[in-house]
Structures are given as structure tokens and as C-alpha cells.
Ligand binder design. Sequence first.
Ligand code: C5P
Length: 225
Amino acid sequence: MDKNSVPVIAIDGPSASGKGTVAKQVSEKLGFHYLDSGSLYRLVALVATHTGVHLSDEKGLSNIAQNLNVTFKGKEIWLGGEDVADIIRTEKCGNRASKVATYLQVRKALLDRQRAFRQSPGLVAEGRDMCSVVFPDAALKIFLFASVETRTERRYKQLMEKGVDVNIESILQDIRERDARDSSRSVAPLKQGIDSSFIDTTLLSISESVSEILRRYTEICAKNI
Ligand code: C5P
């Protein structure tokens, strides 16, 4: 099968909209591969911290992006000899990733790596610019939205379940700051593309969001027969 004819479902949306969980479940239901593109930016931020590369050093950061020695194995993310899946999920690493992601050279360095995930029988790719830059020919493009209050509650519950002691006010502030930074940046800002399909998950459960995406995808497949 020609790589470009492998179907892609691209999912974007604001931080903590649940797009990671939803995208993963959609990929499992369809038996598709899964790309969590945010993890790549998080990995660059982590390596920068470990190697003392400053978050203002675009060249140093793009070098890291180019040479990331990473292997994805199910839930594990191996960076060299260490599984860093949990370390990169911290709020601190997410914040650093959102700074790293503002550099065009870093984004360019990660482009081929992301496109390599497009493998038969299909791919669900989640994150900023999946719909516009990385997979502009995706079969289905989704913008997954939820109100800032709902996203704060979801993130709070998620962290509490993990046993992380957190303050809900600081999560709200963090999400607001990340939204502002992600929406106002000049490179790949957070916004819904004109060809993306909007889903408001504020009042939807995860499984309802997953079903809605599967319904829209089935509709598209039926039209293309
Ligand atoms: O989705 P996640 O929270 O893991 O992403 C971390 C940060 O990386 C986001 O705040 C966003 O700024 C950035 N990002 C990006 N492009 C992507 C995925 C993530 O700019 N494709």
C-alpha cells in the first residue's frame, strides 16, 4: 500500500481536552497505529533539561529533536536505556514542551519522525498541527474542545488518581496560561482549521467522544466506497 493512501484520523484541541485518551481509544477500536505527537515535544524538553540546553536556544533544541534516540513500545517510551513515559507527563515538562514547540526549527526536525508513524492499516495522530501541517490529507480532522473548567476538573482528577498532590487553582491557572501561549504563538497556533470537524466534549464522556469520532469516520468511509 502506498504510504500516502494509508488513512489518517488527525485530532487537535486545547491542552487537557482529553484528546490523548480519546485518540488512543479510537486507534485501539480501529486497530490503527497511534501517534501522541506532544510526547515528542515533551521528550525534547526533557533532554534539554538533562543536558543543560536552554529553552531559548533554538539551534540546540532542534539538534536534540533531530537526534532523539526514542523507541515507543506500547505504553513505554524508551529514551536511550530509560523508560521516561511517566517523567514526561508532569505539568513541568508539559510547560517546557509548550515553550520548545514555539520554534520552527524544532517543528521541522520532528516532521519526518511524525510522518513515519503513517503505517498500514491506519493512524490516529493527536496534537497541534496534525491537521494542518503534518497530515494535511488526513481522511478525518477533528477539533476536540472542552470548557476550561471541565478541562481543569479532568486534569485534577487524573493527577489525584495518580497520587499527585495538586491544587485545583494552580491547574486552572496553568491551563489558562498554556491556552494563551498555544493560541497566540506565531508558529502552529492552537486554532480550529476550516476543514476540521468540531466536537464539544464538555458534556460528553470519553466513550461518547470516541463513539462520535468513530461514527464520523464510518460516515466518511461509506461516502468513499
Ligand atoms: O499534548 P501535550 O500536552 O503532550 O503537548 C505538550 C505541548 O507541546 C503543548 O502544550 C503544545 O504546545 C505542544 N505541541 C505542539 N504540537 C504538537 C503537539 C504538542 O506544539 N503536535
